[in-house]
Design a protein around this ligand. Structure first.
Ligand SMILES: Nc1ncnc2c1ncn2[C@@H]1O[C@H](COP(=O)(O)OP(=O)(O)OP(=O)(O)O)[C@@H](O)[C@H]1O
Length: 251
């Protein structure tokens, strides 16, 4: 579980996040949604410690992340997996080398243990046998799956995904969402996903927070989306004329 309390973030005179309180729940896919510029990326960066809040607290379970020294932050980072937008694989490394990289950096596992773990993670993302391929030899969807395998290789308690479906077709997006959701559930991970993807909201949105102009505009689950009478939420979810028509049929 990650809890934020009265989180504020300013850049100069501009306050981008204006006092947010929210709990990202354990074993669930927690989605941050909102229009462009709403502050989603800033919030994600605060959660992983790439930015420091102007005020407020961030709790990783019962640890106050905002008050930790460098060494303690490093320790928590061991429990964090990150899936970056665009996968961010190292082009000069094979799939296997990419996935084992965090183990090389942070663990003293033997070669055999690392190899076994790489193969296990490849199996989880349904990519057995591609160990020796280079990222350029794989599709965007495969690269995303390699990114997931790398993100979970250290068995994280917390998983952060920045726009996991960007650049993917709708079918592949559904596969990636399904993978993230099942890994979250099976390993009881606190997963936080920053997304624009309405399919993701309706498929895997177990705990959703909608940011609007730096404040929480709505929160709830995918089941609550359709029942909600929030104009803010509906304007966001059913933004296109096509989805608006669909909504008029469904609701
Ligand atoms: N380092 C920074 N310095 C100054 N302003 C910043 C900085 N980072 C973000 N901002 C501002 O904070 C606001 C929120 O940005 P953010 O990137 O979080 O939006 P977002 O919701 O992720 O948008 P998008 O969906 O387009 O990625 C924007 O107005 C942006 O210009």
């Amino acid at each position: 579980m990650i809890r934020i309390e009265q989180i504020r973030k300013s850049f100069g005179d501009v306050e981008v996040l204006k006092g947010l309180d929210f709990t990202f729940e354990k074993g669930k896919t927690n989605l941050i949604i909102g229009k462009s510029g709403a502050g989603k990326t800033v919030l994600l960066k605060l959660l992983v410690g790439l930015l420091t809040p102007t005020s407020g607290k961030i709790w990783y379970d019962n640890v106050n992340f905002t008050e930790l020294d460098h060494e303690a932050v490093r320790k928590i980072r061991m429990d964090v997996g990150m899936l970056f937008q665009g996968s961010a694989l190292f082009d000069s490394m094979t799939v296997e080398e990419n996935i084992r990289f965090p183990m090389d950096m942070f663990t003293k596992k033997t070669e055999k243990e690392k190899k076994d773990r790489v193969n296990y993670c490849l199996e989880i993302v349904n990519l057995e046998g591609v160990n020796d391929k280079y990222p350029s030899e794989t599709s965007g969807g495969m690269q995303k799956r390699v990114g997931i395998a790398r993100a979970i290789v250290l068995e994280p308690k917390y998983l952060f995904c920045d726009e996991p479906n960007s650049g993917l077709d709708p079918t592949t997006s559904i596969v990636i969402d399904g993978l993230i959701a099942s890994i979250t559930k099976e390993n009881n991970i606190t997963t936080v996903i920053n997304t624009h993807d309405m399919n993701s909201v309706m498929e895997i949105g177990e705990n959703i927070v909608l940011l609007n102009e730096g404040k929480i505009g709505w929160q709830g689950s995918k089941e609550e989306v359709l029942k909600s009478e929030s104009d803010l939420l509906h304007d966001f979810i059913f933004a296109s004329p096509f989805l608006q028509k669909l909504k008029d049929h469904v609701i």
